[in-house]
Design a protein around this ligand. Structure first.
Ligand SMILES: Cc1ncc(COP(=O)(O)O)c(C=O)c1O
Length: 374
């Protein structure tokens, strides 16, 4: 009979939270100001801090990353086809479709799981208007290759950088890549504002337009000149961000230790594939994805996840299914046209990772996996 599990379940993630007193002290002035939302003091302070960190000219804050993505697409005034990948959180595909655009799915690179630059050009048609690549798990896309194609064909580039907060690529903050980058500050992300998101850009017009669209299209007073919605970040979200930002570097250092421990256990094992750690990328250690090759291991990803669950350890099939296989898309797209995305989606698990995950728990998780594959 299975041994009874006595400890708390180990979840795949756990939000970073500042000390409670720090948050309470940060929100104190909100009562004095009686200003809860609509670009208040906290919102503006966080916007400034992030603009500096991102090393871009402009940062617009949103109530979540998804609406930031939709509103950036709207502000870019796009029509037609957008080249993207199905290997992402469904938000990316939804944002494109809900913006009245047609996603065209490109396969992914088998090592980084980001868009395969070699396969983009043959998908370009006279209707192509933009590329929306995704820095999955914080693996940075081949941004130089993407920009070259975009420049050649006159395409906009909007990065889904939801996973890539605080990362650098060739020494440059990823926020500065392309025409704009979207970040998610969801509770599960390396940096959170409970829910939240941002568009970082060096283009003033884009910043001005998304800033209006997130506030009903209001320019000022009685002037409304964009068909906007409501996606403003409120003061409590911003206060959480201000507090979390103070601890970010320490959180990332702790995450790095967890990732190193995983790598010590799982690297160089036949049938287990880990993401590369390129020298030109400073990582944020957002996720720890592992591909389990069933043919070599004699057990597949589902088997591993089931065994971990029996020990009260919850991994995540992320991203599974790929977006073209969801009910709302599968009648429109053939996921076998992106075979690498499909294959990775069928064999990947992200393992528990958060700053305070004890290293002994990482040992336990890896020991269970190693026993399962023998
Ligand atoms: C790749 C990706 N894109 C978009 C989003 C949407 O961000 P949010 O949850 O902040 O709306 C997320 C996160 O949830 C994500 O992981």
């Amino acid at each position: 009979m299975d041994k009874e599990i006595t400890r708390e379940p180990i979840l795949v993630t756990r939000p970073s939270m500042p000390p409670k007193e720090e948050f309470i002290s940060e929100i104190d002035s909100i009562w004095k100001n009686a200003w809860l939302t609509n670009m208040g003091v906290k919102h503006n302070a966080l916007m400034e801090a992030l603009t500096e960190r991102f090393q871009v000219k402009y940062t617009a804050l949103f109530t979540n990353g998804h609406l930031a993505l939709e509103m950036a697409l709207q502000a870019m005034n796009l029509t037609g086809e957008v080249i993207t990948t199905p290997y992402t959180f469904v938000s990316t595909t939804h944002a494109i479709v809900r913006s009245g655009l047609t996603p065209v799915f490109c396969d992914i690179d088998p090592d980084t799981y980001t868009i395969d630059v070699e396969k983009i050009e043959k998908l370009i048609t006279p209707n192509t208007c933009a590329i929306v690549p995704v820095h999955v798990y914080g693996n940075i896309c081949d941004a130089d290759g993407i920009q070259k194609i975009a420049d050649q064909y006159g395409l906009k580039v909007l990065y889904d950088a939801a996973h890539a907060f605080n990362e650098t690529y060739n020494g440059i903050n990823v926020a500065a890549l392309g025409d704009a980058s979207m970040f998610s500050f969801h509770a599960t992300k390396v940096f959170n504002t409970i829910e939240g998101g941002a568009i970082a850009t060096n283009h003033k017009k884009l910043f001005d337009t998304v800033s209006k669209i997130k506030n009903f299209g209001i320019e000022y007073g009685e002037t409304v000149n964009e068909i906007g919605g409501n996606a403003k970040m409120n003061e409590f979200q911003a206060a959480m961000g201000i507090c979390n930002l103070k601890h970010l570097d320490e959180e990332i250092r702790k995450r790095e230790k967890v990732v190193q421990r995983y790598r010590e256990h799982l690297e160089n094992r036949p049938g287990i594939k880990l993401c590369p750690q390129p020298k030109n990328v400073k990582s944020n250690y957002a996720y720890f994805p592992v591909v389990f090759e069933a043919q070599t291991l004699g057990i597949d990803r589902n088997g591993i996840s089931g065994i971990l669950e029996k020990h009260g350890i919850y991994s995540r099939k992320y991203f599974y299914p790929i977006t073209t296989d969801f009910d709302c898309y599968k009648h429109l797209y053939d996921s076998s046209e992106t075979p690498i995305a499909k294959q990775i989606g069928n064999s990947i698990l992200t393992l528990p990772l958060y700053a305070d995950l004890p290293l002994e728990t990482v040992d336990e998780i890896c020991n269970i996996i190693v026993r399962a594959i023998k």
